[in-house]
Design a protein around this ligand. Structure first.
Ligand code: AHR
Length: 511
């Protein structure tokens, strides 16, 4: 009878207290690649309230602002150490005519934003407003040029306007518009999604256009452009193959877009999902590793020395819009599930950093998997923001390879999701950072980390967790999900052991 009571108790208690084990071995001596900080890039499109209301309110606004930029958003973004910001799209880029967005605001023509809800765009945020924002944020601008509906001349003049120091017509126009010194613009995209919203082209035709347009994107004075071709979507390996063959070394980078989305016609709610949906999402998110590997294998064939970079310049979750918001504005909430998608995806990018030199999560404010949501004068930081803030320690640090052994969950569509994901790096001061994610919503994980010959002096960390995978921050409750001090790591006989609570993301600093 007693035995029966014990076993019934054990059965009931299992889901609450169960704990699993995982093992990690980190190979410090094999660290020879730098995690490009540009993997932590952001993306701002003229879409919904990303620019207007999100980043820019104008100097006359009641909302506190710094030269027109929202001060609260600006301060929050500064904490992320954003390395680069992509603009003006996305699909918007191939209908954008940059000359409409310079000069006195009252003279700037309006346009219809055909891609995103038919909203009227008044062009009050243009080249100066964007490049000055990059200066305030201390990040590199990444401009997407218009190949789909723009001319070669228009693109060539834009580059001249932004970067020429000399007595050139476009530099003089820039001066007339109030900016004497040229900006530095390194990253320049020659078109966006040229297979779709950027012109519905075939890869052979786009390759020729790339060659033509990019010829006239000149390096002025000391500015050296890093030219990026409009790359494939997801599994379109033929696109990558054709561009590698036809464009080759004329491009410095080729892009790739991968969104974590299931059915494009029924993407599902950002907040209302069950555990099965949750695991499916993580499976789909992790599939990016296979996709990246296959694109890299093609690139390796044509460019074995890895001179051309793979730039995943759009990635993230894409859910149904928040009920009551404009469908074309792509405003979605952001839960712990999104935080895991961010953490797991960043771990994959770290691993392939010898080829993946840039990534841009879509998008920075109020659109798709954003860092920040705004409503009027209110602002809220999303769980994804907190992952980017905690993970910034990996930027430009040396990637440390590891072995990880842990349990896996079987999920819908024959996918498997390892319950633990991890990545490690060593920064320029010798500090080791280990990011760990326990995706299991019910069970904690005991992680045994072998750092081999390292003598560990101290370990501390921060944790992002919640009471449910559906948890998110709202304007009424902005701090429901936020990082806290983590006390679950200890050193025993020279080995590091970490007790990761269910559904948690931890970043450790090991000295
Ligand atoms: O990020 C939203 C849109 O997704 C971009 O404008 C486009 O490039 C992609 O299809």
């Amino acid at each position: 009878m007693k035995k029966l009571i014990i076993s019934v108790w054990a059965f009931i208690a299992l889901p609450l207290f169960a704990q699993r084990d995982a093992n990690i071995r980190i190979y410090l001596e094999q660290g020879n690649q730098q995690i490009s900080k540009h993997i932590y890039g952001q993306f701002a499109e003229h879409l919904g309230s990303c620019i207007y209301g999100g980043l820019w309110v104008g100097p006359e606004s009641d909302i506190p602002n710094t030269q027109g930029y929202r001060t609260d958003v600006l301060n929050a973004l500064k904490k992320l150490q954003i390395p680069n910001l992509r603009w003006p799209g996305g699909c918007f880029a191939d209908e954008y005519h940059w000359m409409d967005g310079i000069g006195p605001k009252e003279n700037r023509p309006k346009m219809v934003n055909n891609n995103w809800g038919g909203t009227i765009e008044d062009n009050s945020f243009g080249t100066h407003e964007f490049l000055n924002l990059c200066e305030l944020l201390g990040c590199e601008p990444y401009i997407s040029g218009n190949v789909g509906s723009g001319t070669v001349e228009e693109m060539a003049k834009w580059v001249e306007y932004m970067t020429s120091e000399g007595d050139s017509p476009m530099a003089n126009l820039r001066r007339k518009n109030g900016r004497d010194k040229a900006w530095k613009v390194k990253f320049f995209g020659v078109g966006n999604e040229s297979w779709g919203c950027g012109g519905s082209m075939r890869p052979e035709y786009y390759s020729d256009l790339y060659r033509r347009y990019s010829t006239y994107c000149r390096n002025y004075d000391s500015n050296v452009l890093f030219k990026i071709a409009s790359g494939a979507s997801d599994y379109d390996y033929n696109w990558t193959e054709t561009l590698m063959k036809q464009i080759g070394g004329r491009m410095d980078g080729i892009s790739l877009h991968y969104y974590t989305v299931g059915d494009w016609n029924n993407k599902g709610s950002a907040t209302d999902f069950n555990t099965e949906d949750y695991y499916w999402t993580l499976g789909k998110c992790l599939e990016i590793e296979d996709v990246v590997k296959k694109h890299i294998a093609i690139m390796d064939k044509y460019d074995p020395k890895k001179n051309i970079a793979l730039m995943v310049d759009e990635w993230g979750t894409w859910w149904d819009v928040e009920p009551g918001t404009i469908p074309g504005h792509l405003f979605q909430q952001n839960t712990m599930r999104d935080a895991f998608v961010a953490a797991l995806t960043l771990h994959v990018f770290h691993k392939y950093t010898d080829r993946v030199k840039m990534a841009n999560i879509a998008q920075i404010v109020n659109v798709l998997q954003s860092m920040i949501l705004t409503k009027g004068k209110d602002m809220v930081l999303t769980p994804t923001y907190h992952v980017f803030e905690m993970y910034k320690v990996h930027q430009d640090a040396t990637f440390l390879p590891m072995d990880l052994i842990c349990d896996k969950e079987k999920v819908r569509d024959n996918r498997e999701v390892p319950v633990v994901s991890a990545s490690a790096s060593r920064d320029s001061q010798g500090k080791i950072h280990i990011s760990l994610a326990n995706v299991d919503p019910r069970q904690s994980e005991n992680i045994h980390i072998d750092l081999q010959n390292v003598t560990i002096k101290s370990v501390n960390g921060r944790i992002l967790t919640a009471s449910s995978i559906n948890d998110y921050n709202t304007f009424d409750s902005p701090e429901k999900v936020k990082p806290e001090v983590f006390k679950g790591a200890k050193v025993e006989k020279g080995k590091l052991s970490v007790s990761l609570p269910p559904m948690s993301i931890v970043v450790l600093e090991v000295l």
